[in-house]
Design a protein around this ligand. Structure first.
Ligand code: DGY
Length: 433
């Protein structure tokens, strides 16, 4: 089976003429922020022009305040809920009317995507020119995060919606839902016409998701109002790891380009503060893992998920902390009968091996883990993450997410969620190198 050709076909098929990729046909018909970063990394391996286009289109959607949205609604369709009309019935005064979008964001992957594109490029000068022309927008985006999303000035930014985390229906949020009591909204789910509902969030969960957006809309997506009022306000280790890794990438790239001392100095300042706070606040020694912090209710959320290991990717843990969290990962997630890495603690009663972010393996988290483990010199475990990823992709196909239990991989094994999923294809291409 020629998996490389298959992966490239998926990416080419999902690339839309106006210059962005859909994550998966049917289920996700628009451009998603963190998907686009991962997809650009895949394209960089065989079609740099598409990688640049993917990034450029996303950057074009940036708001006047530096914000970059989670979904850009390039087309009109009623095949996705909640779509354009729902999110855009109220507007932020600095939003970008040329690129209708949601008023929430997703993990800040763009800095390290640019650096990856540079590393992969054979024509370095060409990509460096592209970076020169576009990096300031990514910097402006980080400035937005540090100025608007860090009310206690800790160097840790918050997310105000579970869809901002990327790990949409993780059990991490369950206790936050208990603090809310939204009305039962009337809506028609569209995702469950494409995917078995056992693999997707529940309707009641959607009530919570919509309720937070309604509140944000009431205040025209004003950051200060959201920080003061949103029932969901979380410092997420995955999101902040991506921010920190992207800071690092920008420091490296600005130095390559030359002549940006002020920005480099600012990035280094953010970086020092962020890393220190991250280790002080989000490292749970007793659990042996990084955890989320509930800023609204001022308490740590003490569960282990694949996000708990993502700080390895950003070089945040000390050598000692790295050893501790990797030991936790291998003990809880790494049994002989399991593929690495389940998205939620398989030993928890909240683990559900088929349901979206409540247990299945995701290729993007594996990809972060793969590089993170290599960073810290854990070559054997890194090799296992890579070979596990390739094995499930070859057995089940380029799906959106996968069962972590090896026993489920019979002859006609299938993945879960959307098929021909762009980032599964893109990051497969990158991990092969
Ligand atoms: C979805 O619709 O499930 C998306 O992940 C939201 O970003």
């Amino acid at each position: 089976k020629d998996m490389i050709a298959e992966a490239q076909n998926i990416l080419n098929d999902n690339f839309q003429e106006i210059g962005y990729s859909i994550p998966s046909k049917g289920l996700y018909p628009f451009q998603w922020k963190w998907d686009s970063g991962f997809i650009a990394i895949g394209f960089a391996h065989y079609d740099m022009e598409k990688a640049k286009k993917e990034m450029k289109t996303l950057l074009n959607s940036q708001w006047k305040n530096g914000f970059i949205p989670h979904i850009v609604f390039h087309i009109e369709t009623d095949s996705y809920f909640p779509g354009r009309d729902f999110h855009l019935s109220k507007l932020h005064p600095e939003s970008n009317l040329d690129y209708p979008s949601t008023g929430m964001t997703q993990p800040p992957v763009l800095g390290f995507t640019l650096e990856k594109m540079y590393e992969i490029a054979t024509d370095k000068d060409d990509v460096l020119t592209f970076i020169k022309d576009n990096i300031d927008q990514v910097y402006f985006n980080h400035q937005y995060f540090y100025n608007k999303r860090d009310p206690q000035n800790e160097g840790l930014v918050y997310i105000y919606h579970n869809w901002e985390s990327g790990t949409d229906n993780s059990p991490i949020w369950d206790d936050i839902w208990k603090t809310m009591n939204p009305p039962q909204y009337t809506f028609e789910r569209r995702d469950t016409t494409h995917v078995n509902s056992a693999q997707r969030p529940t309707n009641r969960e959607y009530d919570h998701y919509l309720d937070i957006i309604e509140l944000a809309k009431e205040h025209n997506y004003d950051d200060a109002k959201i920080a003061a009022l949103s029932p969901f306000l979380v410092q997420d280790p995955l999101f902040n790891s991506m921010l920190i890794k992207s800071n690092d990438a920008m420091i490296n790239l600005y130095k390559l380009i030359g002549g940006n001392q002020e920005k480099v100095a600012q990035l280094e300042q953010w970086q020092a503060k962020s890393k220190a706070s991250f280790n002080a606040k989000l490292f749970d020694k007793e659990l042996g893992a990084y955890i989320h912090y509930d800023l609204r209710n001022e308490k740590p959320i003490r569960f282990v998920s694949s996000s708990s290991f993502s700080p390895l990717f950003a070089g945040i843990p000390s050598t000692e902390q790295a050893a501790i969290i990797i030991n936790t990962m291998m003990t809880k997630f790494g049994g002989e009968d399991m593929y690495l890495c389940a998205s939620f603690d398989p030993t928890s009663d909240r683990f559900n091996p088929e349901k979206y972010w409540r247990g299945p393996v995701w290729i993007n988290l594996n990809w972060l883990l793969y590089y993170g483990l290599k960073n810290y010199g854990y070559m054997t475990i890194a090799a296992r993450v890579k070979s596990d990823s390739i094995e499930i992709l070859s057995k089940a196909g380029f799906y959106e997410y996968f069962d972590a239990r090896k026993s489920e991989y019979t002859i006609d094994a299938k993945g879960y969620g959307g098929g021909n999923f762009s980032w599964s294809a893109a990051l497969f291409l990158d991990m092969l190198e």
